[in-house]
Design a protein around this ligand. Structure first.
Ligand code: SF4
Length: 382
């Protein structure tokens, strides 16, 4: 329901700039889709800014062209997200209902870890309804030593169903990342959320560099990186440009990039501010998706939080902008999501098809020693 979103005017200055720079941007854009270039072009900050300033239809056309050069047209990857431990998180993310810092105002009821068999039952339901990836999120600063066997067991059990696995558990050190990689975890989600300069308006209990360190640990362990943002938290377009630029400064862009539209939650500092001051234009979110697609052409660009409040037409524009992954189901951790039957209907109307799962093998496999009869392990090469 688009009416729920208070659509504010996009940046008028940037539109004036767009008209002045249109001719030179045509040449620039032609270079971005040159199929003879063997590796993706690493955009400079100025180039990212120029993409944001394009007329929307030019930007969408370029994004869809880049998308079709790297992915099967009209195919989307579908994930289901389950909160395996909800609420009372020690971090103070200003948008999040799960933060223990905001519990007096959000009134969110904290829950204990969900038992393994209940998680597996949810994963089976996700698979039966067409998801290829099962994502598990816990409201932790980082997993504790006693949590590690639990999450390793979840990875193994969910993979045994033929699903790809993703987890978001807070910060990881190198040892923890290696344990998850050895269990076969496919993706680890750790969002940057916003630009380095706006970050201090969002979180104070975890630094931007700590986030980058966790992403490095995930990358170095061999797990695919999922890292995105939240637009509409009061940040400027410059912050959105800086966030895209930050992805390109990484040794390799994340394989999965969720581009969230803030769902303002009453009782959270950022939610209350946005509810009072008005929400960002949906079209600016769609621009952010399109620029992410062009700058990170081989990454999955994911529609995550914020989708439930959008009309069919707005979601169609987001797919046109190069999004090719989304969350399926009624709940995204603690906020609502589009209903599954609504998603199925929309996919039929848009002619979208679901991508099949391709989980990676665990790096460490249990084997039975034929001579001794003892169980041992083999470590597979990458
Ligand atoms: S976003 Fe994650 S880390 Fe931040 S408060 Fe919420 S659950 Fe905790």
């Amino acid at each position: 329901m688009a009416g729920l979103l208070n659509i504010s005017e996009p940046n008028a200055d940037s539109h004036a700039q767009t008209l002045n720079h249109q001719n030179s941007s045509d040449d620039f854009l032609a270079s971005l889709t040159d199929a003879s270039q063997p590796t993706p072009h690493k955009h400079s900050r100025e180039e990212i800014a120029a993409l944001f300033d394009l007329p929307l239809m030019d930007l969408l056309l370029q994004a869809q062209t880049v998308h079709r050069e790297h992915f099967t047209a009209n195919e989307v990857q579908i994930s289901t997200l389950l909160s395996i431990k909800t609420g009372n998180c020690p971090e103070d993310c200003g948008y999040c209902s799960q933060s223990g810092h905001h519990r007096d105002t959000t009134k969110l009821q904290a829950e204990k870890r969900i038992e393994v068999d209940k998680v597996i039952a949810a994963a089976k339901r996700a698979k039966n309804s067409g998801s290829s990836r099962f994502c598990m999120g816990a409201a932790w600063k980082h997993p504790s030593a006693k949590d590690m066997p639990y999450v390793v067991e979840l990875i193994k059990e969910v993979k045994a169903l033929g699903l790809e696995t993703c987890m978001t558990l807070g910060m990881l050190d190198t040892n923890q990342a290696t344990q998850l990689a050895d269990a076969g975890l496919d993706y680890y989600n750790h969002n940057l959320d916003t630009s380095r300069s706006y970050y201090e308006q969002v979180v104070s209990t975890r630094s931007y560099d700590e986030r980058l360190d966790t992403i490095d640990n995930v990358r170095n362990s061999g797990i695919n990186v999922c890292s995105g943002n939240i637009v509409g938290m009061g940040e400027s377009r410059d912050d959105r440009i800086d966030w895209v630029h930050e992805l390109l400064k990484m040794p390799k862009a994340p394989e999965s990039i969720p581009v969230n539209l803030l769902v303002p939650i009453k009782g959270t500092p950022i939610g209350d501010k946005v509810l009072a001051e008005g929400q960002l234009s949906v079209l600016e979110w769609i621009r952010t998706i399109a620029v992410s697609r062009i700058c990170c052409p081989t990454s999955y660009v994911r529609l995550s939080a914020g989708r439930e409040s959008l009309s069919d037409s707005e979601q169609a524009l987001a797919f046109m902008a190069g999004a090719n992954s989304f969350f399926y189901g009624d709940k995204l951790l603690t906020t609502g999501n589009s209903s599954q039957s609504g998603d199925d209907r929309l996919m039929r109307e848009l002619g979208l098809t679901k991508q099949f799962a391709a989980p990676r093998a665990p790096k460490v496999l249990p084997v039975l020693d034929a001579m001794s009869g003892h169980q041992t392990q083999v470590v597979l090469a990458d």
